[in-house]
Ligand binder design. Structure first.
Ligand code: PLP
Length: 434
């Protein structure tokens, strides 16, 4: 589905760059033009043409492109210092951000936080905390789950193509349970303990890692009893419960953390993506007793909690609060889901509509009875929408889910325009099929 990136000249020279010649085949861009700049939810290419980005930089731009307050905070920090390595010379922003996130995390147990760069790095480290706390090695993840692309996080991730193909062998001692998918299966949540015990002795399990709402795996919202059940199961066997909120957190679902919808306190939470407004920053927030389990110096990394990213994150949290973006996520959800529900009445190929706050999706099927995934149709629809100036991300094990990760600052006129283009693209693609 990726477009060919155009060749270009280095500024002020006749030296040509052919991106395809110098980038590996695995690195491709969906949009076949280069960005000049972005504002809110809109990307401007070098000719000034506009694109409505409903992917929000794949979920990293809850506050949108180039938010002036965040730009100012980063510029101010850039004038002071880029880097010290927190383990050598501390800066105040790091503990300031830790205190904010620890206080925002659901539940009354005192918490601490530590920072990293990518989401995968946060997940890797959450697992290290859990192992240090329990002295155990096994891990349990879920079908449809996505946790990153490093060896361990790729192993925790479910979908093989393209994330795991050709990259085995994988990390040992990782077990997988089904995630409730109310559209495609009638899994009884209460069965999970039996299934777990059939695979592994629960007293060998260090952690269960789960997305409170599944992201890459198709925007699955679990039934209300799922996370409380996992909490009880974890408590019963002394297992650490990790909520991966890298995609579902930072206000996306209409609460700061998606887990707040379910009233469950995790032992450890991972955050990344929108947490620093688009700069690379991730974090692990956890119960103090778990976070203090690894000894001094055992958790770290050169760039962890980079000062620019930390300042960007502090400014991002301020913007989220001042602009009521969490409330806005709920309003976006109402607009999107009511439109998706109307569309489902008009188009048989829309098998399911689901979402929580601004984390909404529709699933396309060839046939409502068999629920055969309409993967090609989905690709055609998003390609057509791109030609019309709207970027729509897909998701799901079969690539047949169109999801929205729109910046929460999006102007509602642009949001409605984006939804119109999605519907037009679906209608035209279906008409061409007939
Ligand atoms: C739930 C979840 N966990 C982990 C990751 C990995 O984050 P990163 O790509 O920053 O390593 C992602 C990325 O999409 C994600 O959605």
């Amino acid at each position: 589905m990726s477009g060919r990136m155009p060749e270009f000249y280095f500024a002020g020279s006749d030296e040509k760059v052919d991106p395809e010649r110098y980038l590996p085949a695995a690195v491709r861009s969906f949009f076949p033009r280069f960005i000049d700049h972005g504002k809110g939810a809109i990307v401007f290419d070098e000719e000034g043409k506009e694109l409505i980005d409903l992917s929000g930089g794949w979920g990293c731009l809850a506050i949108g492109y180039s938010h002036p307050e965040v730009v100012e905070a980063v510029q101010k920090q850039a004038g002071k210092f880029f880097h010290t390595d927190f383990s050598a010379i501390p800066y105040k922003g790091y503990p300031a951000l830790a205190s904010k996130l620890a206080d925002l995390a659901p539940g009354d147990t005192p918490k601490k936080a530590v920072f990293f760069n990518s989401g995968a790095e946060a997940v890797e480290n959450a697992v290290k905390f859990a192992k240090a706390k329990t002295g155990r090695g096994a891990l349990v993840a879920f079908e449809n789950g996505f946790h990153g692309r490093t060896l361990l996080t790729m192993t925790l991730t479910h979908k093989a193509e393209p994330y795991k193909q050709g990259f085995g062998p994988f990390a040992p001692d990782v077990y997988r349970l089904p995630y409730p998918n109310t559209y495609r299966s009638d899994l009884e949540v209460g069965e999970l303990e039996r299934r777990l015990k059939a695979m592994v002795d629960p007293s060998d399990v260090a952690a269960v890692i789960v997305e409170p709402v599944i992201g890459e795996g198709g925007f699955l919202v679990p039934p209300d009893d799922f996370l409380p059940y996992l909490r009880d199961l974890a408590d019963k066997y002394g297992i650490q419960l990790i909520f991966d909120e890298i995609q579902s957190g930072v206000g996306r679902t209409g609460k700061f953390f998606a887990a707040e919808h379910f009233g469950v306190e995790a032992d450890l939470i991972t955050v990344a993506k929108s947490i620093a407004g688009g700069l690379p920053l991730s974090g692990v927030i956890g119960k103090s007793e778990v976070m203090d389990a690894p000894g001094p110096g055992s958790i770290g990394g050169t760039f962890i909690g980079n000062p620019l990213a930390v300042e960007s994150s502090l400014a991002t949290l301020k913007v989220i609060e001042e602009e009521g973006l969490i409330e806005r996520a709920r309003e976006i959800g109402e607009i999107v889901l009511s439109r998706f529900n109307e569309m489902q009445e008009r188009y048989d190929v829309i098998g399911d509509v689901r979402g929580l706050g601004a984390m909404d999706a529709l699933e396309l099927v060839e046939d409502r009875e068999t629920k055969e995934p309409a993967t090609d149709l989905t690709g055609e629809v998003v390609n057509r929408a791109l030609e019309k100036g709207v970027l729509l991300p897909t998701a799901g094990l079969y690539g047949n889910v169109i999801r929205l990760l729109t910046p929460l600052v999006i102007d509602f006129t642009n949001l409605r325009r984006g939804l119109d283009v999605l519907e037009e693209s679906l209608e035209e693609t279906l008409a061409e099929r007939d």
